[in-house]
Design a protein around this ligand. Sequence first.
Ligand SMILES: Cc1cc2nc3c(=O)[nH]c(=O)nc-3n(C[C@H](O)[C@H](O)[C@H](O)COP(=O)(O)OP(=O)(O)OC[C@H]3O[C@@H](n4cnc5c(N)ncnc54)[C@H](O)[C@@H]3O)c2cc1C
Length: 564
Amino acid sequence: MNEFSFQTRAQSLERFKREKFDLLVIGGGIIGAAVARDASSRGMKVALVERKDFAFGTSSRSSKLIHGGLRYLQNMEFHLVFEALSERALLLKTVPHMVRPLPFFLPVYDGDKPGKGLLSMGLWLYDLLSLFRAPGFHKRLSKDKLLEAIPYLKKEGLQGGFSYFDASMWDDVLTVETLRSANRMGAAVANYVEALSPVWTADRITGFRVCDLECTGANRNFEINASRVVVCAGPWTDQMGSRLSKDWKNWIEPSKGVHLIFDLKRIPIPGAMVMTNKDDGRISFVIPRPDFGAGVVIVGTTDGPAPALAEDAGVAAADVDYLMALLNDYFPELKLRASDIISAYVGVRPLFGSNTESLQKVSREHHIDVGPGGTVVVAGGKYTTHRKMGEEIVDFALRIWREDLREGKGATFPRGLTSSRTKAPVNPKASPEAIDECRRDAARQSASIPEELFHRYGAGVLDVLELQKSQPPKANSVADPDGFPMLSAQLRHAIRSEMVMHLEDFYLRRLPLYSTRADHGMPWAEALARVWGEERGATDAEVQTELSHLRAEVAKRSEWKLKL
Ligand SMILES: Cc1cc2nc3c(=O)[nH]c(=O)nc-3n(C[C@H](O)[C@H](O)[C@H](O)COP(=O)(O)OP(=O)(O)OC[C@H]3O[C@@H](n4cnc5c(N)ncnc54)[C@H](O)[C@@H]3O)c2cc1C
């Protein structure tokens, strides 16, 4: 088993205090994770701190798609689409367990803009820009063919449509696997460590004062020394910017995106579907996730202005009304009601730059720049292009580092660096070869492994099975829920290999237990809290505190229901 546990975290904290790093990355979302992995793969000495759990921010609240971004063709952002499609091809190959081909349906109605002609051209271009490495190519569909696939689709004015391919993924788990990979390559990585204020040496930032939020003792605050600091704080970029300098000028144009989750049985759709709001031209998706718990459909997203503090963004009744109206317009026969919603979540896009005319038109292209004291600050981007972005950010950091040295500023340059090595599988146990071998072994031994476990762990499923066999018989006092076949062993695995510190991390970001069940997995909370206590060597009182934190977080995340 690849250890990436609370003990790994403790070792990272020791290293933070003792060593001098080439790079300190602030922010454990997908972008910080990609930077840490890329820099470590080149031989740099890297530290990364995340003040909450990994992927706590935008990186666990996305639409969970790896996509070229068909809609960006409208803005003529061909370079962005080409880059995203190339990365999609790579991720489908190197993260085959979690990044999986997903067919999309695009219905066209009388009066739709763009109409069939333009869409057809756009989809040809989409296939072309993928260099024909798409999991499948687009098809024109007659009205009958479309209704065969989605019989409850609104028939009035329906002209037919198209199908094409993109991919689905597990966003939060991809972030954790990327960080584990960085750690395997030497990075010191820790969640629940907040970057407080910069350490200045003359006119350079040479480290950060940080706080270990898991520690209550006097030594919870200390300094991490690093030649360069890279800020990957997503929607918190401006808050971090003002910690770097009082003259910081805001970068981010935050945009709020809300998703609703339904039972797949309630919207039994065979692929994702694109919906266009006729009034404002905005696009939302209906995304089936049979691999999430017992099977759900994610519907989203809205796209609207967000409050300055990302923490303040919530699911508003207007967001729910907006998506429900769209759904009932496209699927009138399903008669969906707000009471069908299992859960909802909100994410804030850290979009760079401003274009007040329309948030949809703000470019998704990322922005990398030199910040105060020689820091590197990053904003924007997409999950799909995270690997490439990590590479670009490290290239950028090295370039300005060399320039500084030429001008006699800054610290010595790291020696013996290689080129980036991030095209390899992020998790060796989930390479196509490892998964095939694992399936063959299981077949030889006539062992039946639930398919959903392959989707989540690749060949790492064997570690979960091992834990399942070795745990005491009464580890879980209630039968496992549908879609989560080995819940307590999965928790043990998450604590040992995915740096789960708290039950909340497990419920919200390692497994979709909260989001895919109407009971939010709470009937299993006590049994899982006991398993957490065993793994962490916690007292009964600590187990009870953990349980009450989980209950409070679940209640907070469900507050939007009271507003309806
Ligand atoms: C609604 C929505 C849907 C999306 N869907 C898709 C999609 O389907 N496909 C796609 O490719 N992209 C998608 N995106 C874009 C993608 O999800 C984001 O670009 C990406 O997750 C941003 O990652 P990040 O690391 O920059 O930010 P974040 O994930 O927010 O990470 C920043 C981290 O910094 C931490 N932090 C902040 N301050 C401090 C501090 N002082 N000390 C330590 N840590 C700190 C935060 O806690 C946070 O975890 C979507 C975005 C949104 C909002």
